[in-house]
Design a protein around this ligand. Sequence first.
Ligand code: DGY
Length: 335
Amino acid sequence: SKRTMSERPKAYLTQKIPVDGTGLTQLQAVCDVNMYDEVEGGQISVSRERLLKDVVGANALILPYPVKVDAELLDAAGSQLKVIATVSVGLDHIDLKECARRRIPVGYTPDVLTDAVAEGTIGLTLATARRHKEGVQAVSGGSWGSTWDSCLYLCGQELRGATVGIVGLGRIGLGVARRLRAFSIGRLMYCGRSPKDYAGEVEAEYVSFDQLLENSDFVIACCSVNPSNHNLFDAAAFKKMKKSAILINTSRGILVDQDALYDALSSGEILRAGLDVTSPEPFPPDHRLLTLPNCLVLPHLGSASMRARHAMVDLAVRNTLAGLRGEPLETPVPI
Ligand code: DGY
């Protein structure tokens, strides 16, 4: 029988996705697509209020981090909602228990972004270690000429020979570890819930969180977050770190107690920090962490490469289409 437009499933996207990619075309071939594509109050992502209205009647929901999926949103959408596809590997914005209770499958995007995040983490590590924030500020602020009189001008730290501690040797942590080996680092340590059988490949030693803090010149957080590691980096953790230590976080902002980090960075408890993630996001531009020359903050760019983002969107669309057909998703959230 002939299908009318109104019988086509409705897909709601909380954000514009690339119109030149294959994902949107594939989605439009099957669904009526409603894609939020406006700027509201200076924000490109949809407001909660607007989302609760727009989502009504959707059969599929595609969203990036950090659009919150909870009972209220699922109620607003209605019982015809068949699938949720997040354009992220992180899942902390989604109430998975609530989705499972309602038997709504959730798809996410592991693997396709691992290389991009690992590269981004290395980039942030080097930029933080070599004081690029202060360098950029010196150039644009005109203080370059007056200070280029010392051979130690804006000198930073090398990865070469350093002890590096990776918090969370998962897909992304392993990608970071492999790349770090090319920089002739010294020891490589990692901590996490359990030792990994593949750690030998990168010669990484499994240690406790405290051992990692006490020994590392660089501490790189690549773990996923859960209620038990909120504020993992608190005042006590910073006290255990070397005064020369550099903290890098490309996981989630909630991992770090930002007040304690401010104190640690301004008192010299630790040397420097590079944060790709903050709490909240977007980060308030008047936040006092941004006043510190030794704190480099990026707007969550870890997976922001053209290739990775296209691949993430395409995978989210494939998950969506499978869910609408009632088939298993290509990358379902492990429950
Ligand atoms: C992810 O995939 O979780 C990244 O943080 C981008 O949202």
